[in-house]
Design a binder for this molecule. Structure first.
Ligand code: PNS
Length: 160
């Protein structure tokens, strides 16, 4: 059985993430979505919430699991038996951010990162923008899975 890890902050999980996970699942028998801490970001949602939302959003996709990443991503990859990391690229900014991490992870343990391009119709979706829109009461219902909506509303002190 081949396993890949799809890592990310997932703060919160978006429809763009789901697209990348589905593409990873089309290449691997098993995909483990690793919800991790990004040292460069302060999350809106705590780790348990991010994991729970990703689990709810991905529950209907066979062969996909969600787990927290407690430390280094490469250690998590070894623990789950991953042959590769799969990440999505929306454009040049993603490339610039992702390549150093891919090179570092390969330096650490030799694991390769496979980059997939997602659906261009979803290329404008970023967790940071979703939060910015939701913060001011904008409609993000066509950008994120349904379980994320009450979590965002709660985080920003709004009712759904
Ligand atoms: O969704 P993001 O924020 O682009 O994902 C980045 C993430 C969380 C995958 C990355 O920061 C990460 O791997 N964090 C876990 C700790 C780690 O392994 N850091 C070294 C990365 S080279």
């Amino acid at each position: 059985m081949t396993t890949a890890v799809c890592p990310g902050s997932f703060d919160p999980v978006t429809l763009g993430h789901l697209d990348v996970v589905r593409r990873a699942r089309s290449m691997f028998d098993r995909v483990v979505v690793g919800v991790a801490r990004n040292a460069g970001k302060t999350p809106l949602l705590d780790l348990d919430t991010r994991v729970a939302l990703a689990r709810a959003a991905l529950a209907d996709i066979d062969g996909v699991e969600v787990a927290p990443v407690p430390g280094l991503l490469v250690d998590f990859c070894r623990e789950v038996g991953a042959a590769a990391i799969v990440k999505g690229l929306r454009g040049g900014a993603d490339y610039d951010a992702e390549v150093p991490m891919a090179l570092m992870n390969r330096h650490l343990v030799g694991i390769e990162t496979i980059f997939v391009t997602g659906d261009p119709a979803l290329a404008h979706i970023a967790s940071s923008l979703v939060k910015d829109v939701a913060r001011y009461g904008g409609d993000v219902s066509d950008l994120v899975p349904a379980p994320v909506l009450p979590a965002l509303a709660g985080a920003f002190g709004r009712s759904t």
